[in-house]
Design a protein around this ligand. Structure first.
Ligand code: PGA
Length: 248
């Protein structure tokens, strides 16, 4: 049985003073451990201070993106090796905000996921359909294609997670119905098995997109859903902890 993963994606939010929220999450989990693994992915400027704030706690540190190369002339980019060196254990790759805002293709995402593995990090590979694709009935076809293109060959068991994040649900306060999430997750499981074999059978599938304290329990108990990728609601300890505690 693979432990679920609840990962907080702080996106471009968080200053030094916000480390108090992460400390509060760590303190609560020290008192009452969670069923799931818990991670926080802060902006790069906070990685080192977050590593210090979380040191000795069960909360894992994650990056939000990485470059495919280990080092070099790539101004503004951060390599997977640098994230690992800063104390990260995971990294989000292929988030829809990177795909849309930075032109990341499936092939680029696969290269980043492979870089993460090379550096000893667990990539959380993101896929998800747009509103137009859903309205055109293309959801399952789109996310299957994204998985096939974004998961590099040779992934090991326990080596990665997949996040299913319908783009139109992110930061929107709207989510697909439980049946729609379950249908997406079932299709994704099959695609994962097709492209990664045994590793695809056990990789956690996280749901992301407007996960909140009041919908988390219902989402987290769906078949094939092995956790959540949480944006806005991960910024405040009380909300993030309520989501973490919703994992039965
Ligand atoms: P949200 O973001 O929870 O704020 O919708 C999720 C994500 O983009 O990972």
């Amino acid at each position: 049985m693979v432990r679920p993963l609840i990962a907080g994606n702080w996106k471009m939010n968080g200053l030094g003073r916000d480390l108090a929220e992460a400390r509060a999450v760590a303190a609560s989990l020290a008192e009452t451990p969670a069923e799931s693994r818990v991670a926080i992915c802060p902006p790069a400027t906070l990685l080192a201070r977050m590593a210090e704030a979380l040191s000795g706690s069960s909360v894992l540190l994650g990056g939000q993106d990485c470059h495919a190369e280990p080092s070099g002339a790539f101004t503004g980019d951060i390599s997977a090796e640098m994230l690992a060196d800063a104390g990260a254990r995971l990294v989000i790759v292929g988030h829809s905000e990177r795909r849309a805002g930075h032109g990341e293709t499936d092939a680029m995402v696969a290269a980043k996921a492979a870089a993460a593995v090379r550096a000893g990090l667990q990539p959380i590979v993101c896929v998800g359909e747009s509103r137009a694709q859903r309205d055109a009935g293309q959801t399952l076809e789109v996310i299957r294609r994204q998985v096939a293109g974004s998961i590099p060959p040779g992934m090991a068991e326990g080596g990665f997670a997949l996040a299913y994040e319908p783009i139109w649900a992110i930061g929107a306060g709207a989510t697909p119905t439980p049946d729609e999430i379950a249908a997406g997750a079932a299709a994704l499981r099959q695609s994962l098995i097709d492209c990664a074999g045994a590793a695809g059978r056990t990789a956690p599938i996280l749901y992301g997109g407007s996960v909140k304290p009041d919908n988390a329990a219902q989402i987290l108990k769906l078949p094939e859903i092995g956790g959540a990728l949480v944006g806005g609601a991960s910024l405040k300890a009380a909300d993030f902890l309520a989501i973490i505690r919703a994992q039965a």
